[in-house]
Design a binder for this molecule. Structure first.
Ligand code: NAD
Ligand code: 022
Ligand code: ZN
Length: 375
């Protein structure tokens, strides 16, 4: 069949909107009509050419929602008409990682996903007979896409596609980092570095977890109002702060008789390695945990003095908020539908596929929290 897609023909160039050829689903695969997709930083990272693993030509996009149109042989967990959210972190429930219960990083299709092909080693997308690569196993910048069955979460049918697509990456990553990775307890003190599409979801996760003090840190003063909207209790702008940021954060988190200071939990949502160090060092000695969510540039390294870890601070990272997609994503959709979490205000811009490059421009200018393409 033909499908309309925004194609990344070569690195550093805007996407090209065109019709491409899409083969139907093979065994264990599903054909999905994508109804909406968010535009996220990783799409831009790959399109820019900064991602050393980026493959071209490709169909990017990993934050979608849509409807199952057809299923290949052997597919049993979803059927035609089901509403689904594609998963760039699949959940097979059979590989050693899934069975370990210790990680959400399913390995069932990991190798082929990274090579931009389906698990059988071939692509369903082509242009003039030449192969187009899949991306993160999802390729949601196409009106129709083919996905492995284990890479879709079935969600309730009354959930609006143009909002719940954001659960396909940003919402789950931010809220999951709090609930799954950090396991924040009620009454905790916390610091969130970077109040963008991820950090704001960390903030609403912290509110959900019952954190007492939710300190937001951002170099953009306009983010104060944004943070407050989702539960932030204090704001620090490092550019306006006279002294040392870490010392200031330790100082304002002082509690208890010993007055040591430092947060119980901190989160990096910037991808900046200097900020990652600040986030670790702003943790409480003995137990503070710092969660790295931001993706740093290729080849970047983090540093701190070993003393920081010897004295009990913990450095952790998280992919997709530690969420098991087929199990956890439908629950987060329920939380949204029940009003437990907010999504609507964070979707600051919507556009047609033909205007997808404008979404990338808004991201570059820092004018959007999230842009969503509606098919
Ligand atoms: P964003 O651009 O919307 O937000 C980043 C924010 O950080 C901005 O508000 C910016 O002003 C602020 N900032 C930049 N430098 C800062 C500094 N030195 N100190 C304080 N604040 C600073 O980006 P986003 O969509 O929120 O994504 C954040 C990061 O999370 C990206 O690196 C993205 O790739 C990553 N991410 C990771 C996962 C995962 O599974 N680990 C999933 C999704 C996104
Ligand atoms: C999503 N991300 C950033 C913005 N939006 C993002 C990027 C990378 C990861 C997670 C989220 C990530 C963390 C760890 C891994 N990835 C490796 C997982 C593994 O090896 O099992 C990651 C993922 C997918 C891909 C590459 C890296 C890919 O499909 N190309 C989950
Ligand atoms: Zn993303």
């Amino acid at each position: 069949m033909k499908t309309r897609a925004a194609v990344a023909l070569e690195k550093g160039k805007p996407l090209t909107i065109m019709d491409v050829e899409l083969d139907g689903p093979k065994a264990g695969e599903v054909l999905v009509e994508v109804k909406a997709t968010g535009i996220c930083h990783t799409d831009d990272f790959t399109l820019s050419g900064a991602d050393p693993e980026g493959l071209f030509p490709a169909i990017l996009g990993h934050e979608g929602a849509g409807i199952v149109i057809d299923v290949g042989p052997g597919v049993a967990s979803v059927r035609k008409g089901d509403h689904v959210i594609p998963l760039y972190t699949p959940e097979c429930r059979q590989c050693p990682s899934c069975l370990s219960r210790k990680t959400n990083l399913c390995t069932a299709i990991r190798a082929t996903q990274g090579q931009g092909v389906m698990p059988d080693g071939t692509s369903r997308f082509s242009l003039d007979g030449k192969k187009l690569h899949h991306y993160m196993g999802t390729s949601t910048f196409s009106n129709f896409t083919v996905l492995p069955e284990i890479a879709v979460a079935k969600v309730r049918e009354d959930a609006p596609f143009d909002k719940v697509c954001y659960i396909g990456c940003g919402v789950t990553t931010g809220i999951g980092a709090v609930l799954n990775t950090a396991k924040v307890e009620p009454g905790s003190t916390s610091v969130v570095f970077g109040l963008g599409g991820i950090g704001l979801n960390v903030i609403q996760g912290l509110r959900l977890a019952g954190a007492d003090m939710i300190i937001g840190v951002d170099i953009n003063a306009a983010k104060k109002q944004w943070g407050e909207r989702f539960g932030m209790t204090h704001f620090v702008n490092p550019k306006e702060l006279g002294g040392d940021l870490v010392a200031h954060l330790v100082n304002i988190t002082k509690r208890g008789a010993d007055q040591i200071g430092g947060a119980d939990y901190t989160f990096d949502c910037t991808g900046n390695v200097s900020v990652m160090r600040q986030a670790l060092e702003a943790c409480h000695r003995g137990w503070g945990q710092s969660i790295i969510i931001g993706v740093a540039p290729a080849g970047a390294e983090i540093a701190t003095r070993p003393f920081q870890l010897v004295t009990g601070r913990v450095w952790k990272g998280t992919a997709f908020g530690g969420a098991r997609g087929r199990t956890d994503v439908p629950k987060i959709v329920d939380w949204y539908m029940d009003g437990k979490i907010d999504i609507d205000p964070m979707i600051t811009h919507t556009m047609a596929l033909a205007d997808i490059n404008k979404g990338f421009e808004l991201m570059h200018k820092g004018e959007s929290i999230r842009s969503v393409v509606i098919y």
